[in-house]
Design a protein around this ligand. Structure first.
Ligand SMILES: Nc1ncnc2c1ncn2[C@@H]1O[C@H](COP(=O)(O)OP(=O)(O)O)[C@@H](O)[C@H]1O
Ligand SMILES: [Mg+2]
Length: 262
């Protein structure tokens, strides 16, 4: 089970773009769900054309919708979006319901992709909550290559450390060759170019990887597959180790049949 999130304290770096396209790519090979956690400023509904739906994460957290109600589909990808209207300020989120949601989804999906909001105030505490309850494996920081953005990415990495959330690394997005990023930050796992074509995804309500083949989409594709293979293979390896350990120590028939279901 891979539970991965995209985050930066700065807005507009491309978290939603990368989370949505990343999830869309992986949904072709594993059962994947994208969760837009930005209950006040989420934009996944725009990207996937879900604006008109009655049920969303906001209504679920307020106790008005069930889990089934709030899951939408885009090809193989399942999506939980947030309300894009100004109603968002009227709901009172019950965070316990978020834990129930993730525990339920963990049973059903191979991959959970979180798109986190930049601000993590008391009103909008999902990232801290997810970290505390270990509802996530790791976070990828999405940053840009300007000096102010690099400062914010470094700050973001410190914050994640304080929250006890593991870091996979940083993706430098909208790269224009302004600075030699890898010289400044050690944890760069990917560099994605500035690409004007991306804007089309908001108009056409479809992730850019589906609309057009560009340098950006090609590089995101290989990065997503690489990361998934690391996570999912590690999962399989630990599962095999567990089976082996149980076999050696001798287990009951019932436990054995449980394991065989994998
Ligand atoms: N690599 C890129 N090149 C050009 N524009 C991009 C790139 N990545 C994202 N964008 C654009 O930047 C804006 C912010 O992206 P978004 O994914 O909404 O960021 P965030 O979720 O971090 O606020 C959007 O208009 C998006 O189309
Ligand atoms: Mg966003």
């Amino acid at each position: 089970m891979m539970k991965i999130g995209f985050y930066n304290i700065q807005g507009g770096t491309g978290k939603t773009t990368i989370a949505a396209n990343f999830a869309y790519i992986l949904s072709h090979s594993a059962k994947t769900i994208l969760i837009d956690c930005d209950i006040y400023g989420g934009t996944s509904a725009i990207l996937f054309g879900l604006e008109g739906r009655e049920h969303n994460l906001n209504t679920y957290l307020a106790g008005h919708s069930t889990i089934e109600d709030i899951i939408s589909k885009h090809d193989d990808l399942d999506i939980i979006h947030t309300d894009v209207s100004s109603d968002v300020f009227g709901y009172k989120p019950e965070l316990d319901r978020f834990e129930t949601l993730i525990q339920t989804l963990e049973e059903e999906y191979d991959i959970i992709v979180y798109d986190f909001p930049p601000n993590i105030t008391e009103d909008n505490p999902i990232l801290g909550y997810v970290g505390e309850l270990e509802l996530i494996n790791k976070v990828i920081v999405v940053g840009e290559d300007s000096i102010p953005s690099i400062v914010n990415s470094l700050k973001t990495m410190e914050l994640l450390k304080d929250l006890g959330i593991g870091l996979t690394g940083i993706i430098v997005n909208k790269y224009r060759g302004l600075t030699d990023i890898s010289e400044i930050i050690d944890d760069v796992i990917g560099i994605l170019p500035y690409d004007q074509n991306i804007e089309r995804q908001w108009v056409e309500s479809s992730p850019i990887v589906k609309l057009k083949k560009t340098k950006f989409t090609k590089e995101l594709l290989s990065l997503a597959n690489e990361l998934a293979s690391i996570y999912l293979e590690k999962d399989l390896a630990s599962l095999r180790a567990l089976k082996l350990a149980k076999a050696i120590s001798g287990i009951t028939e019932e436990e054995k049949s449980d394991l065989d279901e994998f």
